[in-house]
Design a protein around this ligand. Structure first.
Ligand code: UDP
Length: 237
């Protein structure tokens, strides 16, 4: 068993402490949606589908000054070994909310009064970092749908495991007994803006600042993959 006293000198999957898991991204994966994307990081896979802009009902929810962004995050029952009860949970509601807030600064819905843009995020396979993978996929799906955007949103989890600051924790690392802190970060690279920052566990101020730098550096790598995915669609017609 792994305990707090165990220093984490070598990552269980052989990665460097500042190394992301392998990433794959693709847009246009759901034909019936207005925009869609798949984002895979290690064994975590997120699919995002965008529908809209379209008229928002009931009418009292409409905003005449612009459209609203409405997200929905769901982890599929079979996405992890121990089957998850289907339907909304406290966790899925929390992640839906933080995802919406993370994406909001990147989209400009001022041209679409009284309308809604729906973003459906499904986690089909999970090995930690699902909210970040979901945000990366959603940002790509919004761009694929042609929604006016100020920036792409890149997201990754950083943290401290067995005393080491590292990026993109997998489930083994998240569960490192008594010795793990997890800090999901979403970043808008062009605007140099952080739109999601959560912390599960404890880290000192200096460690948080180091982890944030690592997250920003890693988000630039993620951005490259996202850009290639978007350009790939047009290259391939
Ligand atoms: N997880 C699970 N069952 C659940 C919820 C989560 O097995 O009901 C796993 C899954 O691998 C997930 C990880 O725990 O990615 C970490 O979940 P957390 O709530 O920290 O969010 P995430 O890191 O996925 O954004």
């Amino acid at each position: 068993m792994v305990t707090a006293t165990n220093a984490y000198n070598k990552r269980m999957d052989g990665r460097n402490f500042d190394e992301l898991r392998e990433i794959e991204a693709k847009v246009g994966v759901v034909k019936s949606a207005d925009g869609s994307a798949m984002f895979k990081i290690g064994d975590t896979i997120a699919i995002a589908a965008v529908r809209g802009p379209r008229d928002l009902y009931p009418r009292f929810m409409q905003n005449p000054k612009g459209g609203i962004l409405r997200c929905s995050y769901n982890m599929m029952s079979f996405s992890v070994d121990e089957r998850i009860r289907p339907g909304p949970s406290r966790r899925s509601r929390e992640i839906t909310l933080v995802t919406e807030n993370a994406l909001m600064p990147a989209v400009d819905l001022s041209e679409f009064p009284n309308s809604v843009v729906d973003v459906f995020i499904e986690i089909v396979q999970a090995d930690a970092g699902t909210r970040c993978a979901g945000i990366c996929a959603a940002s790509l799906a919004l761009a694929d749908a042609g929604i006016p955007m100020r920036d792409l949103v890149c997201a990754v989890s950083v943290g401290k495991v067995g005393g080491k600051i590292l990026v993109d924790l997998n489930k083994y690392e998240e569960d490192y007994e008594d010795g793990s802190s997890d800090m999901p970060v979403a970043f808008l690279p062009r605007r140099n803006e952080i739109s999601l920052l959560q912390l599960d566990g404890g880290m000192k101020k200096e460690e948080i600042l180091n982890a944030l730098e690592l997250a920003k550096k890693s988000c630039v790598e993620i951005l490259e993959v996202q850009r290639n995915a978007l350009m790939g669609k047009y290259k391939n017609g």
